[in-house]
Design a protein around this ligand. Structure first.
Ligand code: HEM
Length: 418
């Protein structure tokens, strides 16, 4: 519990990052703005350093000398490591070999393999499938009248798209959703012991499930991403069995736990900014830029993290070798020194919108960026075209996550008649 207690005990004289403030998840941006002004480079009370300004975040993400592999972390300064040790003792979690947590040269090898499947042509070929899934969801919503946009559209769409791409069997969606939810909670900068235990249980269950699915796929290969990865594994030692399983898990989780927030929060922001909604509805050709601006504004992944492999100098402060460093993507996206005085306004015609950091930057730049943008454009564009008078009903419910911040419930009257 030491981890959470430390975050809750403010030093009144210093500005410090405190996502435990009530209301933070509903609107983190005023607090992030304060951090940019008063403590843009800081060691948080939970241990990791955090960067909040665009230029610092950009520089960190592009620095090839940094690591994402926990073996390079100095765990003696990590309160999270202390908690993991308290929970697991010697029975620590196995290392994750997914692309997201791997450094070159392994990262380069994994990225080459996976990016072969995420070509622009392959993504574009998914358009009819995505449109069909969206149209079905919109039909259900029309029949509902008043409906939860997250349950009907924002969550099932990316989940079904990645399931189809991977060639997953028709599996227990609710079960996988629960595991995945417990797993991504560990991406938050603050955890409780129960979060750690729940993530461990989910990881064991998910690993066992995916191992079974891979075995099934070996005997019934198809024209899908999992079959391609299995072929790479069988094609020599380019992918070990453990690596194969970890890539399937990470693609599956990254494929839906992020895009749900773009679609859900994106629709909410448009309904709150009717002038912007009208712009898109009246001229759908602006959708490529509009989706970049929504990505900037919403930041479905609010932080990524790196590990310093040598002492670093940011803002005149020394970040020691082995430290975890959080890259404040959402904060960078609202930094006035990069975006100018309109940084906190939603402007679907903003010229430089595409320079947001929502997909990260550098060698770990999101592999699913084109897919996520295509899903977002089709889902949001079709929603506003079909329901031009939709209105939010009551207050939306946030998912309580600091990193993968998004909506859990967004009730909307699709006819706007209520
Ligand atoms: C709006 C939706 C999405 C957002 C905001 C997002 C965000 C991100 C970010 C910030 C990173 C970099 C993490 C880092 O710097 O450490 C990343 C990496 C990654 N994303 Fe996404 N993502 C989205 C959708 C997707 C989808 C749909 C897929 C796959 C189907 C995907 C697959 C990946 C993979 C495999 C990586 C790891 C790349 C690497 O380590 O080289 N993402 N994503």
């Amino acid at each position: 519990m030491a981890y959470v207690d430390a975050m809750a005990r403010p030093d009144e004289t210093t500005a410090f990052y405190n996502p435990l403030d009530p209301g933070y998840v509903a609107d983190p941006f005023p607090h992030l703005s304060e951090m940019r002004d008063l403590a843009p480079v800081q060691q948080t009370l939970a241990g990791p350093w955090a960067l909040f300004r665009y230029d610092d975040v950009f520089r960190l993400l592009r620095d090839p000398a940094l690591s994402v592999d926990d073996v390079n972390a100095d765990l003696s300064v990590s309160q999270r490591a202390v908690m993991y040790e308290e929970v697991f003792g010697d029975d620590m979690l196995r290392p994750d070999t997914s692309i997201l947590n791997t450094d070159p040269p392994d990262h380069t090898r994994l990225r080459r393999l996976i990016s072969k499947v995420f070509t622009p042509r392959a993504i574009e070929a998914l358009r009819p499938m995505i449109q069909r899934l969206v149209d079905d969801a919109l039909d259900q919503m029309a029949a509902d009248g008043t409906t939860n946009v997250v349950d009907r559209l924002a969550f099932p769409l990316p989940f079904d798209v990645i399931s189809e791409m991977m060639g997953m069997p028709d599996s227990d969606r609710d079960q996988i959703r629960d595991w995945s939810e417990a797993l991504v909670k560990t991406l938050d900068p603050i955890l409780t012991e129960e979060d750690i235990r729940a993530a461990h249980r989910a990881s064991v269950a998910m690993d066992a499930h995916i191992t079974e699915v891979i075995e099934w796929k070996r005997s019934s290969p198809g024209d899908d991403l999992m079959t391609r990865l299995i072929e790479a594994e069988e094609d020599g030692d380019r992918l070990s069995a453990e690596e194969l399983r970890d890539q399937v898990v990470v693609l599956f989780v990254a494929g839906h736990e992020t895009t749900v927030n773009l679609v859900g929060t994106g629709i909410y922001e448009l309904l709150r900014h009717p002038d912007q909604l009208r712009l898109w509805r009246d001229d759908p050709s602006i959708s490529p830029n509009a989706i970049e601006e929504l990505l900037r504004f919403v930041a479905p992944v609010q932080f990524s993290r790196r590990i310093a492999t040598s002492d670093l100098d940011y803002g005149g402060q020394t970040i020691g070798k082995g430290s975890f460093v959080l890259a404040g993507l959402a904060s960078a996206n609202r930094d006035e020194s990069h975006w100018g005085p309109t940084a906190n306004q939603l402007d679907l015609t903003r010229e430089s919108a595409g320079s947001h950091l929502s997909f990260g930057n550098g060698i770990h730049y999101c592999l699913g960026a084109s897919l996520a943008k295509l899903e977002g454009r089709i889902a949001i564009g079709s929603f506003i075209e079909r329901f031009p008078h939709a209105k939010v009903v009551g207050e939306p419910v946030w998912n309580g996550r600091i990193n993968l911040r998004g909506l859990q419930e967004l009730m909307v009257d699709v006819d706007g008649s209520g």
